[in-house]
Design a protein around this ligand. Structure first.
Ligand code: GLN
Length: 447
């Protein structure tokens, strides 16, 4: 009840919820009460959680913040949602986002822009902007987002909360509406690393319904959180500390380094030499996969159909012309071009080869250190409207997060300071593949 009251009091300003699930939430809360009374409570029993509107939720509107899915009710739960319910979490609603998770500012939504709770004139970051803003505005204790190129970490950083992108394959993507399948990963947002650990523990693990989910044991992420950091080697990739990095971001990171030194960690210089190619490589792979994934929205199988067209081809074209927003169309066109006959080898295949080099950079760096520390974003949150007319500038918001998705490894964003304008700044801790434990422990020690 307190959660919905808080949503009522704040949502007009931040615009985070697309759908509220009051009835099912109260039923779930009662069931949680019973489990607590029986002494059966787990870490998430009765905890209010909201999920990005990219997750299929049985019997509940699932729009992906697109006009083309404005009437789509999912017939089943995504595995991550089903696992949250099994863990006793109370799903309170579905959250705004950039349409089909394409964006860095949460301005690309058919339901309007999400606003940053720290300054309503600023963006919350995207694409899981509302997943971070809802936690920052104290609407829910935790949320789920997805991260294809930074979409959990960037909003967490801009909203002063913690966001985790798990290793590719750690969490099932079954029932998560696909953007770029080889990069998409489900991730929690919460106030602390410990809360993210509880969320990850509930959703992680192999799922026969997603053949890319990996069958490896799920550790108890809460168990090792308090282990001391003494001897932890933190790598500083030189390509991420460039001239021109925002002065407040630079200062916040330097102060965080001092905290880690006091905690007994040591810093080592490392290099990720292919960093310069990451954004270009990502925007070939992500758009190519998106153009293929979004072919299914044809007015027949899902969602809205244009009723005015007189024959099939017109119906396809008008449904897609009216249903998709301009950023989604831009991506479909770029991706279709990159995959066209004769271009595949020059673009998509080349980008995949570069991707292998980027992944190898990370594996080489992890020979010398246990985690990497970098900024999350080049600047704190920017003003709504500031970058929306210039897609290339917008794409550069992800310059520090995208490589982690290309490499398929895990990373955490945790708050480490404020800008002169009192906007939160986050740092990124990157871990070895499937070593979420170490970055959660490092985040927890810092917080
Ligand atoms: N901002 C990036 C993009 O627009 C990443 C989005 C994401 O991680 N879903 O593609």
């Amino acid at each position: 009840r307190a959660c919905f009251e808080r949503v009522d009091a704040t949502d007009q300003r931040v615009n985070t919820f697309i759908t509220r699930c009051e009835e099912s939430a109260f039923a779930a809360a009662e069931a949680a009460d019973r489990r607590i009374a029986e002494g059966q409570a787990g870490p998430l029993t009765g905890i209010p959680v909201a999920v990005k509107d990219i997750f299929n939720t049985e019997g509940v509107l699932t729009t992906c913040a697109s006009r083309i899915l404005a009437n789509y009710t999912a017939p089943y739960d995504a595995t991550a949602v089903a696992r949250l319910k099994e863990a006793g979490a109370v799903i309170v609603g579905k959250l705004n986002m950039d349409e089909f998770a394409m964006g860095s500012s949460n301005e690309n939504s058919a339901y309007g822009a999400v606003r940053n709770p720290w300054n309503l004139e600023c963006v919350p970051g995207g694409s899981s902007g509302a997943s971070a803003a809802a936690v920052a505005a104290r609407q829910t204790a935790a949320t789920l987002g997805t991260d294809t190129g930074g979409s959990v970490r960037l909003p967490a950083s801009h909203c002063g909360v913690v966001g985790l992108k798990p290793t590719y394959g750690r969490v099932s993507r079954y029932g998560v509406i696909a953007f770029a399948s080889s990069l998409d990963q489900v991730g929690p947002v919460a106030r602390t690393s410990a809360d993210c650990a509880a969320m990850l523990g509930a959703v992680a693990g192999h799922d026969p319904m997603d053949s890319t989910s990996i069958d490896t044991p799920v550790p108890d992420y809460l168990a090792g959180l308090d282990e001391p950091l003494k001897g932890l080697r933190i790598g500083l990739p030189k390509e991420y500390f460039i001239d021109g990095l925002d002065a407040d971001v630079d200062k916040a990171l330097k102060e965080a380094m001092d905290v880690y030194r006091d905690l007994g960690a040591e810093f080592v210089d490392v290099s990720l030499p292919h960093t310069d190619y990451a954004v270009a490589c990502y925007y070939l792979i992500a758009t190519a996969e998106a153009s293929s994934n979004l072919a299914r929205y044809d007015g027949v199988r899902y969602g809205v159909r244009d009723e005015e067209a007189n024959h099939l081809i017109d119906m396809y074209m008008q449904t897609r012309a009216r249903g998709f927003g301009s950023e989604v169309k831009r991506r479909i066109m770029l991706g279709t071009y990159a995959l066209s006959s004769g271009y595949y080898a020059a673009y998509y295949l080349k980008a995949q080869k570069v991707r292998t080099l980027i992944r190898q950079d990370f594996l080489d760096a992890f020979e010398k250190c246990d985690v990497l520390m970098t900024p999350v974003a080049p600047t704190p949150a920017f003003r709504i409207g500031e970058k929306i007319a210039d897609p290339l500038t917008m794409y550069l918001s992800d310059i520090f997060t995208i490589s982690v998705n290309l490499a398929g490894t895990c990373a955490l964003s945790t708050p480490c300071g404020f800008s002169g304008e009192n906007l939160p700044i986050g740092m990124q801790l990157v871990g070895r593949p499937f070593d979420e434990q170490t970055i959660l422990r490092a985040g927890h020690a810092f917080e």
